[in-house]
Write a protein that binds this ligand. Sequence first.
Ligand SMILES: [Zn+2]
Length: 302
Amino acid sequence: MDWFPNEESCIAYLEKLRWPTGFVCPRCSSVSEPWHQTRGRLVCHRCRHQTSATRGTIFDKTRTPYTTWFEAAWYMTTAKNGLSAKTLQRTLGTSYRTAWKLLHRYRIAMVRSEREQLSGIVEIDESLVGGIDHGGKRGRGTDKAIVVIAVEIKEPKGFGRVRMRHIPDASGDELIPFVCDVVAPGTHVQTDGWGGYNDLRQHGYVHQKKILSSNDDPAHVSMPGVHRIASLLKRWILGTHQGSVSIEHLQSYLEEFTFRFNRRTSRSRGLVFCRLLQQAVNTGPIIEPDIAHGFDWHHHNI
Ligand SMILES: [Zn+2]
């Protein structure tokens, strides 16, 4: 709040993030310094086109002050486990609805920073995540959802980055496209013996199946890396989100978990905050149905 005490300071910062090497007119591509008008409006010297750093981004047409957006981004990136809409509502003094919308828009912005594919040794497995609200009548269906998790394994120990996806079933038709999207070809991929992974070799991976033998210790877990990440994910849903997230928003929560996990060793919280805002001005507008019914991750082809 010291760094960004008012709307002007927030807008100036967003302009720097959006045009790091200087303003470029979105209409005529002119690179000269624009005229600055009130409320962050910029006018191109050459063609008089009017724009702003937030037009066509997740901030588009927002009625929430940028100071509130910035405060939300700060809490979201500095709280060790993130925060729920309820906690953010109390912290910011906004309505629950506003807090919920801010968090969801930022979650959608988070995915774009996770485009680089995993490599080295990568463990992959599916996990059943409970506490998922399917929106149906009580007692009907299951409260679990299938999440496929990929994690880089470091030698001699430790983890690199993770990626995860909510999938409707654990068939090869779901698993193979996930691996092809998030893991670089040539990577050493470890899975259990499940047939859904059979075609990995044909897609250019070095595939190692770890199959439990009958004389293994019953407490032995074949995919210890994924097992560990899954338990952290479940603990986060139970803790920060009181054990309940709706199925239509599950992928958004997975993106937030991934963004935070992949930056867990970042020494500077300020850099993580900056990275989130940078993604936010590089992510297109999010329409109301995306917020109400869950972002359509496949349709937006992110
Ligand atoms: Zn122009």
